[in-house]
Design a binder for this molecule. Sequence first.
Ligand code: KG4
Ligand code: ZN
Length: 332
Amino acid sequence: MLILGLETSCDETAAAVVEDGTRARSSVVSSQIDLHARFGGVVPELASRAHVELIVPVVASALDDASVGFDDLDAIAATAGPGLIGALLVGVSAAKGIAVARDIPYVAVNHLEAHLYASWLEAPDLAVPLAVLIVSGGHTLLVAVDAPGHYRVLGATVDDAAGEAFDKVARVLDLGYPGGPAIDRLARTGAPDAIAFPRPMADDGLDFSFSGLKTAVLNHRRHHPDTDPADVAASFQEAVVDVLSAKLITAADELGAATLVIGGGVAANSRLRRRVADLADETGRRAFLPPPELCTDNAAMVATAAFWQLRASGPSPLDGGAQPNLRLPERT
Ligand code: KG4
Ligand code: ZN
């Protein structure tokens, strides 16, 4: 079964061909970082226009890289939400057009569910239950995966997402956009224990809060403008990693999960990856850390999620639109 996936929820135009839900035959990601960088963040209208220009060549190169044509496809999938409405509509419309023209099923994929499935692409033999941490620019979720297609949300952020905190702190430190990778790089030369930033809600269930931490960094910068930015970056990152990793372990303990998985853009963070790997070793668990290109937005994860969704509930109706505020549903 060959599925072409499309991803246009934010500032990446991506297309990928995935075989049987597990093998990525191609994965093309065209990033709009240069387009938005001078504005310090994603400009929705510019993103939509860029997706319109890029979607056809990106699909063509995904098919080309996989050595397949439209005739070989069994289904076509697109991210239908959450994300920027104008951006989402480009992928959804393109996918529906291909579905009608080629008479193949269309699958509307939840972007968060796609991040959740990214791990099955590289490691289809993961032992369930899994404790999964999804940390992206818009979301921070702890999820229990009982089997492919069956999961429960255990915790979420009550305010800012982890990636949002990275991006905002990067702005305070004048590191530009996107902030996460810039903080990750700068933090390598700083001391993680230089500043004792708060660990919000550290011992308080499985929900998260990052807005107070962001404000603490802002206040520190105001009162101590001469502190080395590398120390601020490293100390902030350490606080985020402490909270994320502690809650992931608590969730794994509660579930009796032998496998820890991380996903979403912040899962590309080198310090978080190291910590989760170390904690897995210490607690006799397996850590599955998808390669950074599968953590950040891509279309291979969309095609993989579509494979399982198609099996469980069949194609999506062609009259369904894009849903900017879509949440991760419970599938028990
Ligand atoms: O999953 P993603 O590509 O897009 C969304 O669905 O939001 O995540 C983007 C987020 C941004 O906030 C970005 O700053 C963050 O992931 N990010 C990182 C790193 N790479 C990307 N945060 C920390 N360290 C990184 N290395
Ligand atoms: Zn994402």
